[in-house]
Design a protein around this ligand. Structure first.
Ligand SMILES: C[S@@+](CC[C@H](N)C(=O)[O-])C[C@H]1O[C@@H](n2cnc3c(N)ncnc32)[C@H](O)[C@@H]1O
Length: 389
C-alpha cells in the first residue's frame, strides 16, 4: 500500500506511543540522505513506574543507549534518513519502506508479540533464549538459558534473523505464504530458527534444508518431529537440489564453491531474497598466480593476498548478482570476536537493468586479473543475456 510520507510518520508515531508498542527498528539509507547511525532500535521500558522509550543507536560497532520520555520527537527521528521503518505492536507489524520517490510503501502483518518493559542493556533478541526451538536443538538448558558453549551460535542465528527481518520488504510482507530454502543447512540451527521467526508473520512457512550429509538429514528430521513442525530435509549436493519455488534462499557458511552453487541455485529458481555468508574460499586463490601492477604491492605478502582475494571473491559474487537484477549489499553480520567468517551477501531481486559502468567494471576486473570466478561460469548464459540487454 502506498501512502503519503507524513501520514506514515503519524501512523508510526501513534503506534510507538500506544500501550501495545513492542519495538521499532529504523535501518537502511534513504536516497540522497545520510543517517547518523546504521540502525536504531527502540523499545518501551518501565523506569520508576513511568513508561519511557529506550533508544539504542548503533553505528555497527558500538551502541549508544538513551531513555527518552513522552515529549521526545520521534517524527524527527523517522525523517532523519532511514529507508526502512518498522514498528511492532503486540498484534501488528507496521513496516514502511521509503521509496526513491519519497513515497511510503506500507506493509501491515499480524503478529503475536510480548511486550518486555525491562531496561537492562541486553540486546533485544529476535527469538528469546527460552524459545522451544533452542531447547529442541539443545542450544539451551532445562531452564531455557543458552548454554555458554552455544552462545556464539545463538548470537549468530539471532543476527541472521535480524538481517532477514530488515530485508522482508513490503512485497514479501504482503504474502500469506513464504518459502525458505537453506542450502548447506548442517544441523539446521538457522533453519528452525528462521521457521519459528517467520511463523508469526505468515500463515504458511515452507522450509527445505539441504545438506550432503545423511546424518544431518536424520538429525534434523528428529528435531522437526520433536517440534512438530513441517520442515523438509534432503541429503543432497546443493548443485543437485531440485528446482522449486523459493522466496528466501539462505546459505550460512557453505564451504568454498558450495556458496557459489547456492547462489546459482537461488538465481536459477528466481529467489526474491538471497542471504549468503560465505565460508573458506580457495577457488580464486588458485587462479591468481600473478597480479596486475601495482597490486603486487599487496599480493607479495601471502596473508594480504589471501584476504584481498577473499574480498575480491565476495565482491565479484555481489557484482554478478547485481548484474542479474539484484540490489546487493555486503554487511558484517556478526562481530569478528565470534567467527572470522563475518561477511554476509544480501541480495533482493528488483529486476533493475545493470548500468554499462557496472558491466564494464566487472569485465575489466576479470581481464586485468585473468580470472573467471566459479559463479560466473555457472551463470555464464544469464550474464551474457544481461549484458546484451
Ligand atoms: C560450516 S557448516 C554450516 C552449517 C549451517 N549452515 C550452520 O551455519 O550452522 C557447512 C555445511 O555445508 C554442508 N555442505 C558443504 N558443501 C556442500 C555441498 N556442496 N552440498 C551440500 N552440502 C554441503 C556441509 O555438510 C556442512 O553441514
Amino acid at each position: 500500500m502506498k501512502i503519503e510520507l507524513p501520514s506514515a510518520f503519524v501512523e508510526l508515531d501513534n503506534r510507538i506511543r500506544s500501550e501495545k508498542f513492542v519495538r521499532a527498528v529504523l535501518s537502511g539509507r534513504r536516497r540522497n540522505m545520510q543517517s547518523e547511525y546504521e540502525r536504531i532500535d527502540i523499545k518501551p521500558v518501565l523506569i520508576k513506574d513511568e513508561i519511557k522509550w529506550q533508544v539504542i543507536s548503533s553505528d555497527g560497532k558500538k551502541d549508544i543507549t538513551k531513555n527518552v520520555a513522552a515529549d521526545f520527537n520521534f517524527t524527527q527521528l523517522f525523517e532523519s534518513g532511514y529507508a526502512n521503518l518498522l514498528v511492532d505492536t503486540q498484534d501488528e507489524s507496521y513496516q514502511v519502506r521509503i521509496s526513491k520517490k519519497d513515497e511510503a510503501l506500507v506493509a501491515i502483518s499480524k503478529v503475536k508479540l510480548t511486550r518486555d518493559l525491562s531496561h537492562d542493556r541486553q540486546k533485544m533478541r529476535m527469538l528469546p533464549e527460552n524459545n522451544q526451538v533452542f531447547k529442541a536443538l539443545e542450544l539451551s538448558d532445562i531452564l531455557g538459558r543458552i548454554k555458554p558453549s552455544k552462545m556464539d551460535k545463538y548470537k549468530q542465528v539471532d543476527e541472521f534473523l535480524r538481517l532477514i527481518s530488515q530485508t522482508l520488504d513490503p512485497e514479501l510482507s504482503k504474502q500469506d505464504e513464504i518459502s525458505v530454502v537453506d542450502l548447506g543447512c548442517g544441523h539446521a540451527y538457522l533453519t528452525f530458527a528462521v521457521q519459528e521467526f517467520l511463523t508469526d508473520k505468515y500463515q504458511k512457512v515452507s522450509i527445505l534444508g539441504v545438506d550432503e550429509r545423511v546424518d544431518s538429514k536424520e538429525h534434523n528430521e528428529k528435531v522437526a518431529a520433536k517440534l512438530k513442525v513441517d520442515a523438509k530435509f534432503i541429503a543432497a549436493k546443493i548443485a543437485d537440489t531440485p528446482d522449486q519455488r523459493v522466496d528466501i534462499a539462505i546459505a550460512l557458511h557453505a564451504c568454498d564453491t558450495a556458496t557459489d552453487d547456492a547462489l546459482y541455485w537461488a538465481v536459477k529458481n528466481k529467489a526474491k531474497v538471497v542471504m549468503a555468508a560465505p565460508c573458506c574460499m580457495h577457488e580464486l586463490q588458485t587462479q591468481i598466480k600473478d597480479s596486475p601492477e601495482p597490486w603486487g604491492l599487496l599480493t607479495k605478502y601471502g596473508l594480504v593476498k589471501e584476504r584481498l582475494v577473499d574480498l575480491m571473491t565476495d565482491s565479484l559474487r555481489a557484482q554478478i548478482l547485481k548484474l542479474l537484477g539484484y540490489r546487493v549489499d555486503i554487511v558484517e553480520f556478526i562481530g569478528g570476536e565470534h567467527t572470522a567468517r563475518n561477511i554476509l551477501i544480501r541480495a533482493v531481486f528488483t529486476g533493475a537493468k545493470p548500468s554499462q559502468i557496472e558491466i564494464t567494471r566487472y569485465e575489466e576486473l576479470l581481464t586485468q586479473w585473468q580470472i573467471e570466478p566459479y559463479l560466473a561460469k555457472l551463470l555464464a548464459d544469464e550474464l551474457k543475456a544481461a549484458a546484451a540487454l
